[in-house]
Design a protein. Sequence first.
Length: 430
Amino acid sequence: MMKVLRLGDVGPQVQLLQLALRRAGTFSGNTTGTFGQQTKSALIAFQRRNGLAADGIAGARTHRALEPYYMGYVKHTVQLGDSFYRIAMRYGSSVQAITTANPSASAAKLRPGQVISVPLNFPVVPTSIDYCSETVNFACRGLAARYPFITLGEIGRSVMGKSLWSLTLGNGENRVLYNAAHHANEWITIPIVLRFCEELALSYARNAEVYGENAKELLSKSTLCIIPALDIDAVDLVSGDLKSGAYYERAADIAGDYPSISFPKGWKANIEGVDLNLQYPAGWEQAREIKYSQGFTTPAPRDFVGRVPLEAPESRAMYDFTLAYDPSLTLSYHSQGEVIYWKYLDYEPAGSRAIAEELGDASGYFVEETPYASGFAGYKDWFIQNFNRPGYTVEVGLGTNPLPISDFERIYKDNIGILVLGMSLSARLL
């Protein structure tokens, strides 16, 4: 739920508010995340336009009015004489977008009182602001509304009870599974997979290509499931959305035991201090031995393996979902390093090396075996061990985590080939 936002507030929800006001046409400034006088004036203008109390405070009613600009679509109640064309002209949409969003509605038989979804004229997925759980929620719900052939699901709940969303599209026999943000301060991976979902869905709706592949053909052969944000609680911690309350205080106490790790920017673990990508039953005991020898023996901002495998609800949800989904290939998105890790111990699933090399060629990333000290109890490790199928960790970008959102466009350009080829190359193995 969006917070009440007012003058002087800072954080990713303020960025999201500023973006929504820009989409609504009342804000022309930068999405700085600082609620200043320009943001207040833009909010007042929006409130007046929409018949709200013009107090310059974004409360519950204002956030509800802004939902079309958070999620990218508006609900329209059909009036006598309406047509898809007239509705599209009213909202700056297109007949094609409205048709896609309303597959059960007939343009020739619109009924007064009928409610339809009308996509607005901007992409759903933000790629210029920092991410928090509300940004993820709005993007997932907006994508599912614009493209009803996307199935929005929930694989479980986080420690704090937040939804762990899944987005599934396609109907092919080849099932692939992409996940992002196993680590909180690697949240830049979230918009990578969400933007790909949006680009693939739009290309499918337009019968167009994405990275040289026809989207309809690709999704007739493959079914893609995306888990965009596994460590969602701690993403809020790193981005500054969570900065008070019991969970924050507990995290601050944990960080106090590891003063060499910056807080909250250096936080990779879940909100309870368990590293989600060290929770899987693939050499977990070896991972514990390695990390304990490095001093990570208690809940920590990173590298604490937990007390037993799969104790963290986020890792357990990912484990259970993977078993049920039974994918032929997985991509796990992390940052940073511009490298693709493809192997676990001596496991070398059929085709996995060749696929890794093609992914490397498409992206310019190095293809390497995981360093020993990081080579156990990860999701990729468990997937390769359990399924004997290709699984990859993709480390995007260069620099210090969290990477700035200004790096997004370059990173996405590097990775669009990986995201498409993960589907098309794995289909050839069937």
